[in-house]
Design a protein around this ligand. Structure first.
Ligand code: ADP
Ligand code: MG
Length: 464
């Protein structure tokens, strides 16, 4: 009887599925009113139940001449020869030890698994806080679908796009959502770097099976920045197994990368094709409208009132990174509360001058004029300003002049160095950074720079 069933199953589902799922099944009970079969692993059990239960039921009913319930159980303590590759790629041969381990010994799930697995998701990164625009609408929709019905919509979901465009935000949003709505699901976030480090650490401490178990217990695994798998064969191998295990067990996987799977050099072909099994989507730099909406939203969230002109200034100048948009806002609000001054367009221009692109910069000035005006302002002479004195007021005046030159001219760092008596460009970079920092914490410096900008912008004031 068993061999008849086996043969028919083979005819019905094909060689690959038969080899993968059927060959290692052993019949435990076959009676007129019950069939019990044993599989070598929970994964095989789950697979048979979800995909092949009906086929099996039909075959047994036909053969026995009446309907009979089929029950599948996991065989205790046994290793199997099932190949994970047959799961998706018939013909690719087994990976050896790792694999036997993977299938033969289901990861143990201790009672404290929940606690151990918990990832703390950033409470600010939710779907509600995510501003939707044409640049990210699809990635948002796909992420939400995945969060609402893990493993039932897009699996794996692969999101790629440049830095600061919301990929990590979306992963956390999925995590937060699943955590809230599916108490019993294990959802884990990991950066590829952490995954890598934990793996290396596990190898060194001979704890690879614990490492494996930790990841294979996930119902939803969120892996950030997988471009770091590039050039790392061993970890790609490990990741491949984890991926296959979870995918085979119908668990949700979401991946992000700063580039498309195709563009990740040295990504193994089989990983690349795994990623393509689900949905690949991207996040693009936001358009002006979305950038403005994000600024508006973030300002409101932190109880900060921004004039439309200030929003426009920031949104037109910072165009391809949402993290920088936020950074601008943070600097502005910090400056405003530190100094107790309202945010005006002028202030925004001043505080954010380094972020504002050259086309929007204040009028380009003659470098020598900057030196003369700054020297006069600080009660010194151009000769001293350009000289070697390290005395504090003069050194500071010199740094401020360098900063202003950087802001008000198109000169490069080395060129500015030359204007200052042949100084090295690193000296200029240091000066610019220093003035930027000091302006954040010292009202005095901020006002000095502010006045100098005004003087240089409106030469009629220079006389006084
Ligand atoms: P990535 O991972 O793509 O480099 P992040 O997810 O870290 O980018 O996003 C950078 C910052 O921008 C985060 O603080 C995030 O909250 C914010 N951000 C990105 N996209 C949006 C959006 N559509 N709406 C609101 N905030 C966003
Ligand atoms: Mg990120």
């Amino acid at each position: 009887l068993w061999s008849t069933i086996s043969e028919r199953f083979r005819e019905h589902v094909g060689e690959a599925a038969w080899k993968t799922w059927f060959i290692s099944i052993t019949p435990v009970t076959i009676t007129a009113d019950e069939v019990v079969l044993a599989t070598p692993s929970p994964l095989a059990k789950e697979r048979l139940e979800t995909k092949y239960r009906e086929v099996l039921g039909a075959l047994f009913s036909q053969t026995l001449g009446h309907p009979v319930p089929v029950r599948i159980q996991v065989r205790a303590n046994e290793r199997s020869s099932l190949s994970i590759d047959a799961l998706t790629t018939p013909g690719v041969h087994s990976q050896g030890a790792l694999e036997a381990d993977l299938f033969g010994q289901p990861p143990s799930r201790p009672n404290n698994a929940k606690a151990r697995l918990s990832t703390t998701f950033d409470a600010r990164y939710t779907f509600e806080a995510f501003v939707i625009g044409s640049s990210n609408r699809f990635a948002h929709a796909a992420s939400l679908a995945v969060a609402e019905t893990p493993a039932a919509s897009y699996n794996p979901l692969f999101i790629h796009g440049g830095a600061g465009l919301g990929k990590t935000h979306l992963l956390h949003a999925i995590g937060n959502y699943v955590r809230q709505n599916y108490r019993d699901k294990y959802v884990k976030y990991v950066s590829t770097e952490t995954f890598l480090n934990e793996f290396v650490d596990a190898i060194q401490r001979n704890k690879t099976s614990e490492f494996k178990a930790r990841y294979r217990e996930c119902d939803v695994l969120l892996v950030d920045d997988i471009q770091f798998l590039q050039n790392k064969e061993a970890i790609q191998e490990e990741f491949f197994h984890t991926f296959n295990y979870l995918y085979g067990a119908q668990k949700q996987i979401v991946l992000t990368s700063d580039r498309s799977p195709k563009a990740i050099a040295t990504l193994e072909g089989r990983l690349r094709s795994r990623f393509a099994m689900g949905l690949i989507t991207d996040v693009q730099p936001p358009d002006l409208e979305t950038r403005s909406a994000i600024l508006q939203r973030k300002a409101e969230d932190s109880g900060f009132i921004l004039d439309a002109s200030v929003i426009e200034l920031i949104a037109t100048n910072i165009t391809d990174n949402i993290r920088e948009l936020e950074g601008a806002l943070t600097r502005l609000s910090a400056y405003s509360s530190l100094n107790g001054v309202p945010v005006t367009l002028d202030l925004a221009q001043m505080v954010l001058s380094d972020l504002i692109t050259s086309s929007q910069r204040l009028q380009v000035r003659d470098p020598r004029e900057i030196i003369t005006v700054t020297a006069t302002f600080f009660n010194t002479t151009p000769t001293e300003l350009l000289g070697q004195s390290r005395k504090r007021p003069i050194a500071m005046a010199r740094q401020i002049a360098m900063y202003i030159m950087r802001e008000l001219t198109e000169l490069s760092y080395p060129e500015i160095g030359r204007e200052f008596g042949g100084r090295d460009h690193t000296t200029v970079i240091h000066a610019v950074q220093k003035v930027q920092n000091v302006m954040q914490s010292s009202i005095e410096t901020f006002e000095q720079v502010d006045q100098l900008f005004k003087l240089l912008r409106d030469p009629s004031k220079q006389g006084g």
